[in-house]
Design a protein around this ligand. Structure first.
Ligand SMILES: CC(C)=CCC[C@@H](C)[C@H]1CC[C@@]2(C)C3=C(CC[C@]12C)[C@@]1(C)CC[C@H](O)C(C)(C)[C@@H]1CC3
Length: 605
């Protein structure tokens, strides 16, 4: 979706004007003043609501997402079909705006330059038709960053794969991603169907492209890039050496000895054997099995994909299979779901949005004021969106494709995305239960009981054996399998681990649900509440904080943990963990009176 927020602000201009109240230090802050400020804020916020009831927002920040879109459009010859001149202009503007002083690009906005970010964005600019223009221009600075930091052979694993796909890096400089792994019996912990869904899907299409060693058309631009990105002539590159090289700027998680041994064996023995007769017959089977799963993922997400990375990879796989196929063509219009235009240019989002997740909190926030009476139409529209974005059925044969139940759930973003998430469902349930207590004349009809029960069934289906909650599925395998994670940039991506945030959202939702429907699956709900609260208490750190997996970081984790524990009846007086949490939060208050945290917290933990 491409949206400019000021357009909405104009369309939904507030009906009443409330004058600004300047708060001087000397004026006592009365309830009246607070209420006026809050009304003004909600008035303004309501103008930003879209016609269908959700609040659009910029969900970007990872700087290699647009590049992988550009790469996939380029190799499939669709760049000019999907992107107009204006798109390209705005995309280039954004990329230039994100360039660091030293000429490189980070993995994410505000991040220091990395080989991954720099190669991907530099190549994108070239594929979009930008030209080097003198030694001092932005492109020249980008190129010199790459050469002076070890050249493109030092890009980390994901980058090596993308550069191989477009033909500026050789597939032999990659560690194998064995497609046959999908053929092992699925009761084994090593079967990819047991990995965290996001990792299994990214590596699924990577395994396909690796298996066929796909390379896009070798255009003059690609041939020129082969020389641009490397410090020695392309034909002289030592790909054996390149395979395990990674720039220090990108090496967040160096490989262990065990990993070196595994990847060494895969490379020296397993992959060569699998390429010889008769084992290569197995490869054909493995590839057609992968393609079956790729189509399933595309169809069940209406070609949106679980994330932009799988979308871009799957689209290439569909094109390789048949460039004239409907499958390939259906991918093209869904690129726009990921685009976002802002004052700094056009960017690609990390997901097709986060509509359902955010709207649940927005509704909860409105409900926490006593001003609902003033915002009936806004809340009614939001309520409709919430009800319309519930996933109403399971995907066909979902278990055969290693999918979790979807019926009754909410996704992070849209129904089309189709991937249910435990805490997105829990927060949605909370919002709907709050709305069901308000007059339907004001906020619309409450969710039907049957749909609410579907949601609770779905939430309970997410529960791990110990009462905790992970993200998209329950935990399916063991953490020792992290040894198979070949990425230097991301850790803990093989297992869908439980988190305090997911567990706490569910705990809170079940408690509110139980107050209204005390008999529904009573024993399971009660056990879940008990176990979830125990998990949260057991995971508190000595300083009183909780580690937050899904945002920044200890402040966020602590907020969720406290919400859950308070819902479960813990108070400052009766709970030592709550008192410790307060001490932690107070110790982090800044001189301005507010709180903040660096994104490095997550990384340094
Ligand atoms: C940046 C890269 C490498 C792409 C990753 C794309 C997705 C897999 C990421 C992007 C946003 C993301 C971090 C998110 C989550 C899972 C992984 C996501 C979807 C979830 C849904 C996990 C559960 C969390 O409680 C919460 C709902 C906050 C997040 C939201 C963002």
């Amino acid at each position: 979706m491409v949206a400019i927020l000021c357009q909405y602000a104009k369309l939904n201009a507030p009906s009443t004007h409330i004058p600004t109240l300047k708060l001087e230090n000397t004026i006592e802050v009365t309830e009246e003043i607070i209420s006026a400020s809050l009304t003004r804020a909600l008035n303004q916020y309501s103008t930003l609501q879209a016609h269908d009831g959700h609040w659009p927002g910029d969900y970007s920040g990872i700087l290699f997402i647009m590049p992988i879109f550009i790469f996939s459009l380029y190799v499939t010859g669709s760049l000019n079909i999907v992107l107009s001149f204006e798109h390209k202009h705005e995309i280039c503007r954004y990329i230039y705006n994100q360039q660091n002083e030293d000429g490189g690009w980070g993995k994410q906005v505000l991040g220091p330059s990395t080989m991954f970010g720099t190669c991907m964005n530099y190549v994108s600019l070239m594929l979009l038709g930008e030209k080097l223009n003198g030694d001092l221009d932005a492109l020249a600075k980008g190129r010199s960053w790459i050469i002076s930091h070890g050249s493109a052979t030092a890009i980390p694993q994901w980058g090596k794969i993308w550069l191989s796909i477009i033909g500026v890096y050789d597939w032999s400089g990659n560690n194998p991603i064995i497609p046959e792994l999908w053929l092992v019996p699925d009761f084994l912990p090593i079967h990819p169907g047991r990995f965290w869904c996001y990792t299994r899907l990214v590596y699924m299409s990577m395994a396909y492209l690796y298996g066929i060693k796909f390379v896009g058309p070798l255009t003059p631009t690609i041939l020129a890039l082969r020389e641009d990105l490397h410090s020695v002539p392309y034909t002289n590159i030592d790909w054996d050496k390149a395979r395990d090289s990674c720039a220090k700027e990108d090496l967040h998680y160096p490989r262990s000895q065990a990993q070196n041994l595994i990847f060494g064996c895969l490379n020296k023995f397993v992959e060569p054997i699998l390429n010889c007769w008769p084992a290569n017959k197995l490869r054909e089977r493995a590839l057609s099995n992968l393609m079956k799963h790729i189509h399933y993922e595309d169809e069940t997400t209406k070609y949106v994909g679980i994330c932009p990375i799988t979308k871009a990879l799957n689209m290439i796989c569909c094109w390789v299979e048949n460039p004239n196929s409907d499958a390939f063509k259906q991918h093209l219009p869904r690129f726009y779901d990921y685009l976002w235009l802002a004052e700094d240019g056009m960017k690609a989002q990390v997901y097709d949005g986060c509509h359902s997740w955010e709207i649940a909190f927005i509704i909860q926030a409105y409900c926490s004021t006593n001003l609902i009476g003033k915002f009936g139409p806004t809340i009614k529209k939001a309520h409709e969106f919430m009800k319309n974005s519930q996933v109403l059925s399971n995907h066909p044969n979902y278990e055969r494709y290693y999918r979790h139940r979807s019926k009754g759930s909410w996704t992070l973003s849209s129904v089309d995305n189709g991937w249910s998430v435990s805490d997105c469902t829990a927060e949605a349930v909370k919002a709907l239960l709050l709305l069901s207590k308000i007059s339907p004349d004001l906020v619309g009809d409450p969710i039907k009981q049957e749909r609410l029960y579907d949601a609770i069934d779905c939430i309970l289906s997410f529960m791990n054996k110990d009462g905790t909650f992970s993200t998209y599925e329950s935990k399916r395998t063991f953490s020792w399998l992290e040894v198979l994670n070949p990425s230097e940039s991301f850790r803990n991506i093989v297992v869908d681990y439980p988190s305090v945030e997911c567990t706490s959202s569910v705990l809170d939702a079940l408690i509110i649900f139980q107050e209204v429907h005390p008999l529904y699956r009573r024993n399971e709900v009660e056990k879940c509440i008990r176990d979830a609260a125990k998990f949260i208490e057991n995971n508190q750190k000595n300083d009183g904080s909780w580690y937050g997996t899904w945002a920044i970081c200890f402040t966020y984790g602590t907020m969720f943990a406290v919400r859950g524990l308070v819902a479960a009846g813990r108070t400052y007086d009766n709970s030592y963990p709550i008192r410790k949490a307060c001490t932690f939060l107070l110790s982090k208050q800044q001189s301005t009176g507010g709180w903040g945290e660096s994104y490095l917290s997550s990384h340094n933990e």
